[in-house]
Design a protein around this ligand. Sequence first.
Ligand SMILES: *Cc1c(COP(=O)(O)O)cnc(C)c1O
Length: 394
Amino acid sequence: MDFSFQLDIVNELKTEGLFRSLRRVDPERPGRVTIGGRSVILLASNDYLGLADHPRIKEAAIAAVRRYGLGSGASRLISGNAAPLEALEERIARFKRTEASLVFSTGYMANLGVLSCLVPPNGLLMADRLCHASLIDGCRSNGCRFRVFEHGNLDPLERVLTRRPAHRPTVIVTDGVFSMDGDIAPLPRLVELARRHDATVFVDDAHATGVLGAGGRGTLEHFGEHFGLPPDSVIQMGTLGKALGCFGAYVAGSRVLIDYLINKAKTFIYTTALPPAVAAAASAAFDLMEEEPELRERLWRNRNHYADGLKTVGFNILNSETPIIPILIGDSQTAVAFSERLLEAGVFAPAIRPPTVPKGTSRIRTTVTAAHTRDDLDYALETLGKIGRSMGLI
Ligand SMILES: *Cc1c(COP(=O)(O)O)cnc(C)c1O
């Protein structure tokens, strides 16, 4: 292979301002990182509650490493099923108020594995256009009929539901919090539609667990729990690598669903189990989330202060309702230039470009966490405003 195909693609990406490369980012102190030897404010972490560096979580991981070593040595169904994994699954089911849960190595693998086997070949999967790439890939990999509906526009979705052949197993797939826009899925309407048309809702709570709801239990709790439905009628998925500050992911639902996934989800079966220490740390993170609601209160105070500031400065933050706050730019090159000037001024907030977001909607995606100080947020607001004005963006 002479790699000329790959070279052409790389060059094309560079010409279009869509080339991506890795950047070294080292943790410094809460809400800040060092990049190129300089301390900068971090507006790009999903560690919403600052748990990744919490002493209790680190201690839980270290204690489990001492007891279990690091790697799990095999897949769950072979010999990789140590006590901390089962304890974590019980902990998650209790937290999500479902019958059972199943841990996967990552959110990407959970979505791919679950959706690829959730409905039979005569089934129907429907997903919001702005769903995370792993959900879209999961739906595609099923091989059944798959339809994408416009973000939040449920009329065409209902038409498809109405016209479909009777008894076609159907799942409506959505992010709970959309990862690039920061808005919240209209879950009550989706669940109502699903109920009327004998379908099921699958909600990806990657950015909602630990963030939404008084107890941090996610999108369902945000809207008042189960809308009078049996708790397991909505399939919930979430990650352990965002607000939980750990790594991995889970699916929560009925016992039957979990038994089915253990037998049929290939990304669960054919992969090495999560290290026991990661599972032990995640259990500690669920405990902390329940015991320290002030972490979530601080997150939301920071979020509201910063989002109000951005609006006052004059930025378009789309319909953000959560700690994910996009700053819409439009053109890819301008978004990259803006992001680079921010970094020079000590604020790290990367540009997000197609294909992660639709063409013409390149943006600076910022996230606020409980770890930010008010001073850092105010400095970020001032800097964003100054550079935005100098570039004619506001
Ligand atoms: C981050 C994310 C995932 C993937 O989770 P990982 O554990 O990081 O693989 C899935 N869905 C959504 C909506 C996400 O934001």
